[in-house]
Design a protein around this ligand. Sequence first.
Ligand code: AMP
Ligand code: ZN
Length: 436
Amino acid sequence: MTLRLTNTLTKTKGVFAPLDAKNVRMYVCGPTVYDLAHIGNARPVIVFDVLYRLLRHMYGAGHVSYVRNITDVDDKINARAAERGISIRELTEETARIYEDDVAALGCLPPAVTPRATEHIGEMVAMIGDLVASGNAYAAEGHVLFDVTSKADYGKLSRRSLDEMLAGARVEVAPYKKNAMDFVLWKPSTPEQPGWDSPWGRGRPGWHIECSAMAGKYLGPTFDIHGGGIDLVFPHHENEIAQSECAHHGAPIANVWMHNGFLQVEGEKMAKSAGNFFTIREFLADWPGEVLRFNMLRTHYRQPIDFTLGGLRESWKTLEKWYAVTEPLADPAPDTAFFAALMDDLNTPAAIASLHQADEMALAGGLGFLGFSNVQLKLAARVVVDDGAIAAAITARNAARASKNFAESDRIRDDLLAKGIVLKDGPSGTTWEPKR
Ligand code: AMP
Ligand code: ZN
């Protein structure tokens, strides 16, 4: 059975052939650690975790190198640390720790290497120096910029010409830029901003160069798979390609580029302004991590996914039904239909569908293979429903309704619902029953 993957670069689904079957190499862009990760950020982590598990199964656990970086230098980080009155280091350490806990709760294996940008400034400065020497980058007013006209095929991943990019992008107009689309590799820092010494003065790296330098260090000039969310195709991944290929004498950075579709909530784009923005932390307060994981995998990774309360409940029910008859097995014994689905561009919904027909052993193996363990659901089942707290919430909701504060009464109802308590309003008052 061969693994076929959809490659954003070629826009085709092709047979995956690693450069070195003894060392299959994958890089996925990780978080910028200024704030808690949201439920959309969980999608690439879960999707590429399943791919990691599949590659480990195919080539051997010791023969897959998975790198996911941590971006811990960024202007959003500086701003947030100042806002909170803590040091940059405190903020990035705290956020990175929470991130690792969150994704572990979602059943994701830790990558082999999780490099931090601030620990690789030397590699970035060296790469920028090479790009200046090769004529692909130029220094101007303390900045170093990549000259996009120096690479004839710039735009090949997103399939845009420079004119189209210009029309669609909000480019920063700066007098020191030769071309409007030139992007920053290095920029000067004020004494208050984090900065490192460099041939171009004290400054800090741009975002794109971080991934090129770290991927190059840990995976070599060319590796097998580069992943991330679809929003990263342009400009981030386009620019990674430009930098790495020019610094590595034309060697392609990655053979296969994979991008997951976006996550929305109840049919709408998730946004703080829309009030439907959820961190992984918030979700984990109400839902076992494996329910979130299962819900994520019920949609093919390339499709947009809609997170809904109904879908989450259905996911919980299915997992409970399966756990009632079996326990996930760590050593996979899933059947051919299950593997055939995963080998076809990581078709997790089809793999899950096959489990509905599978015998107990294949079901147990399939669940284990996809990273389920039944630990969290067992814990969730032990949470005792506290009658007193529910009665108090009902009283508070009635008071809110009496004073026509419907926003508050709805909030209380939804809060209970998220905890699995459904309120019923009847002629003789409000009663409740467990969800499902
Ligand atoms: P960021 O911290 O914004 O760079 O995002 C980290 C990762 O999460 C990247 O791979 C993004 O493409 C991905 N991502 C961000 N928002 C969403 C979303 N709503 N749905 C799916 N993936 C997302
Ligand atoms: Zn990246």
